[in-house]
Design a protein around this ligand. Structure first.
Ligand SMILES: *[C@@H]1O[C@H](CO)[C@@H](O)[C@H](O)[C@H]1NC(C)=O
Ligand SMILES: *[C@@H]1O[C@H](CO)[C@@H](O)[C@H](O)[C@H]1NC(C)=O
Ligand SMILES: *[C@@H]1O[C@H](CO)[C@@H](O)[C@H](O)[C@H]1NC(C)=O
Length: 246
């Protein structure tokens, strides 16, 4: 009896040690590709945009922030991908400024850079763009007839469309209504990959802090974007029309 107990303990200990070796302390194990819906973002931030496609918010390792504050963002290192950056990873608050990329690089990129595959600014930003195109939400949603409109969708329809296409669980976040509101607004979608950029389920438990990083600054830490409610209709806001056609 006793030797069995010892063997079990030993095995448990060994298992634990081997997982430490596989993922040395401080090394991230997955990446979150986060895309947001510009019309939802701007409804919170009072910006104006006519963009009607999902844009990148960031590429975030699951652990670590600000891993090397002396590794400064340098836009001239990504000159060749600048037109793509401006189109698919725009700063919705300050459209012609590099501020958003600088922030994302310092906060998340310097941690992502612990992996050889992402250990330069060019590698980090171009990989983010590559993953954005690969996991193209615009066509996944569009192909399932989920398009921005005044109609509301059930959350299930949206989640199923994405989950069944990728074969993994996304994390879908909504702007929750003010008191008494009848619907939530589709805001942000996260797709997760492992260190080899293979799709994996996103963990719902990853702290909301990751998602609220920009919003929290201007809205005094209020959590405005969080995992969507399964039972509430979802509004997928279209670009507001600025002029009447007739
Ligand atoms: C969006 O706005 C930009 C800048 O104001 C303009 O150049 C572009 O044509 C607009 N696009 C659409 C689809 O209206
Ligand atoms: C931080 O980045 C700087 C600039 O790239 C580099 O010289 C330094 O070695 C990095 N520090 C660590 C701890 O990686
Ligand atoms: C930015 O990168 C370019 C190209 O490598 C280099 O010439 C320049 O000195 C860098 N600028 C700063 C401020 O580090």
């Amino acid at each position: 009896m006793r030797s069995i107990a010892v063997a079990v303990l030993f095995c448990a200990g060994f298992f634990h040690l081997s997982s430490v070796f596989a993922h040395p302390r401080g090394e991230w194990t997955s990446l979150i590709i986060t895309q947001h819906w510009p019309q939802a973002f701007c409804s919170l931030e009072h910006c104006k945009t006519n963009i009607s496609y999902w844009t990148l918010h960031g590429l975030w390792p699951n652990t670590g922030i600000m891993c090397n504050t002396s590794w400064h963002f340098n836009a001239s290192l990504i000159k060749d991908i600048m037109p793509e950056m401006e189109k698919f990873w725009p700063d919705l608050l300050k459209p012609s400024s590099p501020k958003f990329w600088k922030y994302e690089w310092l906060k998340h990129g310097t941690c992502a850079a612990k992996a050889e595959s992402l250990n330069s600014q060019h590698k980090y930003f171009s990989k983010a763009l590559e993953l954005y195109h690969k996991f193209d939400l615009n066509s996944v949603l569009g192909n399932n007839k989920i398009v921005p409109s005044e109609e509301h969708y059930t959350f299930d329809v949206i989640e199923t469309a994405i989950a069944s296409f990728y074969g993994v669980k996304p994390k879908i976040q909504c702007i929750h209504p003010q008191k008494g509101g009848q619907f939530q607004t589709l805001g942000q979608i996260e797709i997760c990959v492992d260190r080899d950029f293979q799709l994996i389920d996103c963990e719902k438990s990853i702290k909301e802090i990751w998602s609220n990083e920009i919003l929290s600054g201007s809205l005094s830490g209020q959590s405005v974007l969080s995992v969507c409610d399964h039972s509430m209709p979802v509004y997928y806001p279209p670009v507001p029309s600025t002029s009447h056609r007739w």
